[in-house]
Every structure is written in structure tokens, then in C-alpha cells.
Design a protein around this ligand. Structure first.
Ligand code: 5GP
Ligand code: ZN
Length: 113
């Protein structure tokens, strides 16, 4: 989709700090991180909602998230992570392209984001 930021990052038209990619998924650092290492994982193709994603892309996306969680934790020496999706505007989704947040958490970091 031409006016979608995450499609632009996937196409390398918009700068993104890409940390990993697979055939169908891309991971890059959030431009406004809730914590150091806050990473977004997206399907390379444009789908607005989780339930729009074909099974193959959904499987690739969640496999990628599963692989990246320990790597993100190691990279910033986190104690844990919040892993989540804002699925729809009423749930806080601002970018209408499916994305999974991986937010590193630290002991005594002051509570949930
Ligand atoms: P949402 O609220 O839609 O779940 O989260 C969207 C996320 O995308 C936010 O955490 C926001 O900081 C991030 N974001 C918005 N625009 C950009 C951008 O241009 N580049 C990157 N890397 N992240 C972005
Ligand atoms: Zn898009």
C-alpha cells in the first residue's frame, strides 16, 4: 500500500533500522521505543488486521517473533519482554499494517507500558 509507513520500510523506500528478515516477515526497531531494543515485527505484505493475514504469513510472523524474543532480550540484557499486538484502532493500533511489538522489560522498570 503506497501510503503505508511499514510497507515503505519493507520496500526500503523509508528508512528503518532493520534487524532481521525472513521470506515473509521483517523486524525493525521502533522509532519511538517504549524501552531500549523495542522491536516491531511485520509481514512484508500489507494486511491491516491479524485476521486478514493468510495462514502461511501468520505462521512465518509468529515463528519470527518466537526466534527474536530471546535475541532482543540478550541484545539489551532485558529480564523479560512484553509481546503484543494492537489489533484495530479501538485497541490503540495507529499504523494500519499488522505489527507485533517486542518490548524489553527490566526488573524495577516501573510497571507495564
Ligand atoms: P501501534 O500503536 O500501531 O500498535 O504502534 C505503532 C508503532 O509504530 C509505535 O510504537 C510507533 O512508535 C511506531 N512507528 C510509527 N511510525 C514509525 C516509523 O516511521 N518507523 C518506525 N520504525 N516505527 C514507527
Ligand atoms: Zn503496509
Amino acid at each position: 500500500m503506497s501510503d503505508c509507513i511499514f510497507c515503505g520500510i519493507a520496500a526500503r523506500d523509508i528508512h528503518g533500522r532493520i534487524v532481521h528478515e525472513t521470506e515473509h516477515s521483517l523486524a525493525f526497531l521502533d522509532v519511538n521505543p517504549l524501552a531500549p531494543g523495542h522491536t516491531l515485527v511485520v509481514p512484508k505484505d500489507h494486511y491491516a488486521r491479524l485476521d486478514d493475514l493468510p495462514d502461511e504469513l501468520s505462521a512465518d510472523l509468529f515463528r519470527t517473533v518466537d526466534e527474536l524474543v530471546p535475541r532482543v532480550e540478550d541484545a539489551v540484557d532485558a529480564d523479560a519482554t512484553n509481546v503484543g499486538i494492537n489489533n484495530g484502532p479501538a485497541a490503540g493500533q495507529e499504523v494500519e499494517h499488522v505489527h507485533v511489538h517486542i518490548v524489553p522489560r527490566f526488573e524495577d522498570d516501573g510497571g507495564n507500558p
